[in-house]
Design a protein around this ligand. Structure first.
Ligand SMILES: Nc1ncnc2c1ncn2[C@@H]1O[C@H](COP(=O)(O)OP(=O)(O)OP(=O)(O)O)[C@@H](O)[C@H]1O
Length: 631
């Protein structure tokens, strides 16, 4: 470590969902011309049709999937012929706006059978019931039609909805298990389908509105405007194509296995088609299912899909095959904080201040998204190529408003772990640790990584209120912050013990067991901050908000707003995009789970396939981020 780096100088939409329906030419030869001479003429033709569906207006949905509409608009459905897709799937014939993709044989039922259904086709379910305006002529940036206040009129509701509502009550008991399962699958697919479609339409409208704002900037030259316009169109086109592709693990070349977790592994992979590098996490479906981890895997996918924060690892896409769920994430080449702690054992106060300050900002970002992480630990704190922090592993996270499984901790506390013991054949119970014995501390440190890879996991950083079952709130993440800070300065977490059950007991009895070793001198402010975080929830700093922690005297001089832009105390030195120097790849078994599963299947003489109920729990797992296309 470079000693010079030890002394850090800390230095003293509005969502316009109801935007005008637009035509974005794929390759406009001239910059688009105005369509509507004045705002009073910005009336969608559908506005003249009786509009029973005020819900749409209330929800703010404005259909606009015509970025790439080519030529004059050809209405396929008259406004009064709105299609009830809940009952007329076979009759539906999607019309794609993208050139060359109109396939009248692709009906809604067929689309539902493909979870990674293309965006244009999805959005055209709306076009089936939302009449489009005549295709406007191209217009100039800054025209009246581009005014932000333009409100798209509410689209009509399907006329059959009332009939649908009057349908006799269903009696599931009349049907067999298969029929009921299929019904559940269909309704789940339909719910996800529409949720995704609305989300994409909203996001598209937002992007459109942002682009229009840029175009209205009088300081932009006309050539720059044209460039913005064309790039916007190209990105949308690429995204629509991306939505139509079906990803599979074969599209990626494995470089190395860089991490192992409780239910899967993380690999550094390179996309075969373009050589772009990603971290691919794969989770074994049957394991997730057997160990009741469905809520957890869903939570992680939901949070990473919703987040667009520099403090959270970026998820590009998720997909699945028969055996695995896959998460394709940005690769963070700096490794994780656990690896750094194993290497350096302790940090100086300056370095600790940097990492703890960044973790505060990262946790704050997660809370602002409406989630509690619940599993903040050094293994889940990753370092990007600049040495700055990003959080990962949201498998135990929970939303303030979503219910994810809490029994897990209760079972742990009672010694009935829902995770299988010791999958990686690590003798966790043999870890022999007494904090006064340095040799044993070193043993613990060596076992630390194996513990992280084992299915038992490490409870060292978990707040007591989580597993006592008396309710918890977002401040449980601040407790974990306190334990990490303790480890950075002292060299081990405050409640480490010979086995995980002893650790639980120590955590619950933290008043008696929190102990600062005499031979390690901590600054008074550092110790005060740790004690203000590792304490009962009523007194815990951060309970009112992250600003309480930020203004603690330990952080005096830290400029939180610019922290991510300053040079980190440790910057990874990389020789290539696939450099795995900062990952302990030698210590990780490089046999991947797919190979293990195949070998097991061969040994048992049957094919590795998922049981029939496996498809239902993972419906809706597939996700594709828009900005995958920026690369
Ligand atoms: N995006 C990434 N870039 C680089 N390394 C990563 C990335 N994601 C994960 N890793 C590495 O893989 C390890 C395991 O990842 P992660 O914690 O997400 O897996 P997990 O299966 O959820 O583990 P757990 O058992 O803790 O739940 C991390 O500690 C880190 O070293």
């Amino acid at each position: 470590m470079d000693p010079n780096r030890l002394h850090l100088n800390f230095g003293n939409n509005n969502e316009r969902l109801a935007s005008a329906d637009r035509t974005y030419p794929t390759t406009p030869s001239t910059f688009p011309q105005p369509v509507f001479p004045n705002p009073s003429q910005q009336q969608h033709p559908a506005a003249q049709v009786p509009q029973p569906a005020q819900q749409y207006a209330a929800g703010g949905y404005a259909p606009a999937n015509n970025y790439f509409a080519q030529g004059p608009y050809q209405p396929q459905y008259a406004p009064h012929q709105a299609v009830d897709y809940t009952t007329q799937s076979a009759a539906y014939q999607p019309r794609s706006n993208t050139p060359g993709t109109n396939d009248p044989n692709v009906g809604l039922a067929h689309q539902f059978s493909h979870q990674n259904l293309g965006g244009a086709a999805r959005a055209n379910v709306y076009s089936a019931r939302v009449p489009r305006p005549p295709s406007p002529a191209p217009r100039t940036a800054g025209s009246a039609a581009q005014q932000p206040g333009y409100a798209y009129p509410a689209p009509p509701m399907p006329t059959r909805l009332s009939e649908f509502q009057q349908a006799p009550e269903r009696n599931p008991e009349k049907y067999g298990m298969n029929a009921n399962n299929n019904q559940k699958k269909c309704s789940q697919l339909a719910a996800d389908f529409f949720k995704d479609s609305v989300k994409r339409a909203r996001e598209r409208n937002l992007r459109q509105s942002e682009m229009e704002q840029k175009l209205q900037d009088p300081n932009q030259s006309s050539s720059r405007r044209e460039q913005i316009w064309q790039n916007g169109g190209k990105k949308e086109g690429r995204y629509l194509r991306f939505l139509r592709t079906k990803d599979k693990p074969d599209n990626y070349q494995t470089v190395k296995i860089i991490g192992k977790g409780a239910f899967g592994e993380v690999k550094l992979v390179q996309k075969k088609s373009d050589g772009v590098v990603y971290a691919m996490k794969s989770l074994v479906k049957t394991e997730m299912f057997k160990k009741d981890q469905l809520a957890h895997v869903r939570a992680e996918r939901d949070i990473l899909a919703e987040s667009d924060s520099p403090w959270v690892v970026k998820l590009f896409t998720t997909f699945q095959d028969v055996n695995f769920l896959y998460m394709l994430m940005e690769f963070l080449p700096g490794g994780d904080l656990m690896t750094m702690l194993i290497k350096y054992e302790i940090f100086s106060e300056d370095i600790t201040r940097f990492y703890i300050a960044e973790i505060v900002l990262a946790i704050e970002a997660v809370h602002k998204l409406g989630f509690i992480h619940r599993d903040i630990k050094p293994d889940n704190i990753l370092l990007d190529r600049g040495g700055h922090v990003k959080l990962t592993d949201f498998g135990l996270s929970t939303g303030f408003h979503k219910l994810h499984d809490n029994n897990y901790y209760q079972q742990l506390l009672q010694g009935r772990s829902s995770r299988p013991r010791d999958r990686s054949s690590v003798a966790i119970d043999q870890i022999n640790l007494t904090v006064s014995n340095r040799a044993q501390i070193n043993d613990w440190r060596r076992s630390r990584r194996l513990m992280a890879y084992s299915t038992v996991g490490t409870p060292d950083y978990i707040a007591p209120e989580i597993f006592t079952g008396h309710g918890y709130t977002f401040d449980c993440d601040w407790w974990s912050l306190g334990t990490i800070m303790f480890e950075c300065l002292v060299g081990w977490p405050p409640f480490c013990a010979e086995d995980s059950h002893d650790t639980y007991r120590k955590i619950v009895n933290w008043r008696q067991t929190l102990y600062f070793p005499d031979d390690i001198t901590l600054g008074a402010e550092a110790e005060h901050l740790i004690r203000s975080l590792i304490c009962n929830t009523e007194a815990r700093l951060g309970r009112v908000g992250a600003h309480e922690i930020k203004s603690h005297t330990f952080f005096r001089g830290v400029e939180f707003d610019s922290l991510r832009r300053i040079r980190a105390p440790f910057e990874p030195r990389l020789t290539s995009a696939i450099d795995t120097t900062y990952f302990p790849t030698d210590e990780i078994d490089q046999t991947d789970n797919a190979t293990v599963l195949k070998a097991q299947a061969l040994a048992s003489g049957k094919q590795a396939e998922d049981p029939p109920e496996m498809s239902l729990p993972f419906i809706g797992y597939t996700f594709k981020r828009f900005d995958n296309n920026f690369r």
